[in-house]
Design a protein around this ligand. Structure first.
Ligand code: ZN
Ligand code: ZN
Length: 267
């Protein structure tokens, strides 16, 4: 059995069947505002935007013009056949992504979370994360790890003090915030970390010229690089994912997932 994540499972069509292999589920591939752009529908231009005007004409699972915030779910099948679900980014549209894809792919819960950076389309769904946590977690017996840089931690703590301080709200046990274990990582290709027993190497990339976002290299047998929100790939990251990169000692990538920014008319 291959325990390395491979992109074999479709993101639409018939209901998923139980799988004995790992897979990648693209929960979202859209921009920060998601598609369709609501303005194109409530304040249509003349002629109407061709992308957004078609976004409501087909069901979302068969419509390339209906896209939520960028997010990846790594369905990691362990050697014993147990599946662990590692979520990369929890954006503004997280709840909709759970309803659409977790149900479709029979994903019961999330086992760990990794954040690429602290922009709204990567973290603002954290408040809804509790709906996708393991049921045993709701009584506080286990905490789900969240991996993030100190910079992202500081921003999340300012925006979600209830999630970081983990206090009951007004003594109401039903209002207990998600039980999360915040784990600081470094944006360094030489400082890997382990989430749900799968190793990840941080891949720093420029997201605009004054902001660094993290991508990640992972996979035991299939070597996958996931780079979201990229305006420029840094030399150390380029080397890490190159054939001669030594981060995993496995040579050439099997899959490069790349989402680029559009800045000042240049992609
Ligand atoms: Zn539009
Ligand atoms: Zn961003």
């Amino acid at each position: 059995m291959d325990s390395g994540p491979v992109p074999t499972r479709p993101t639409g069509g018939s209901a998923a069947v139980a799988s004995s292999s790992s897979s990648l589920i693209f929960l979202g591939t859209g921009c920060s505002g998601a598609l369709p752009d609501a303005r194109c529908l409530i304040q249509p231009s003349e002629p109407p935007c061709t992308v957004c005007s078609t976004a409501l004409s087909l069901p979302p699972d068969r419509n390339p013009n209906y896209r939520c915030n960028t997010s990846l779910l790594v369905d990691y099948c362990h050697d014993d056949g147990a599946h662990r679900y590692i979520l990369i980014d929890v954006g503004k549209t997280f709840r909709e992504q759970v309803l659409r894809w977790f149900v479709h792919h029979e994903v019961p819960s999330i086992d760990s979370v990794i954040l690429t950076h602290e922009h709204a389309d990567a973290v603002l769904g954290l408040d809804d994360l509790w709906v996708a946590l393991p049921s045993c977690q709701r009584n506080g017996s286990a905490k789900v790890p969240v991996f993030l840089t100190q910079f992202t931690m500081d921003s999340v703590a300012a925006r979600f003090p209830n999630l970081v301080e983990q206090k009951l709200q007004g003594g109401d046990d039903f209002a207990r915030p998600a039980q999360l274990h915040w784990t600081i990582i470094e944006g360094d290709v030489d400082k890997p970390f382990v989430a749900s027993e799968l190793q990840f190497w941080p891949l720093p990339v420029m997201h605009g010229e004054d902001y660094v976002c993290l991508g990640f290299l992972f996979g035991r047998k299939a070597r996958v690089a996931y780079l979201s929100d990229v305006s420029r790939i840094l030399p150390r990251t380029e080397h890490a994912i190159s054939k001669s990169g030594t981060a995993t000692g496995q040579g050439q990538l099997d899959l490069l997932i790349l989402e680029t920014n559009r800045l000042h008319g240049a992609i």
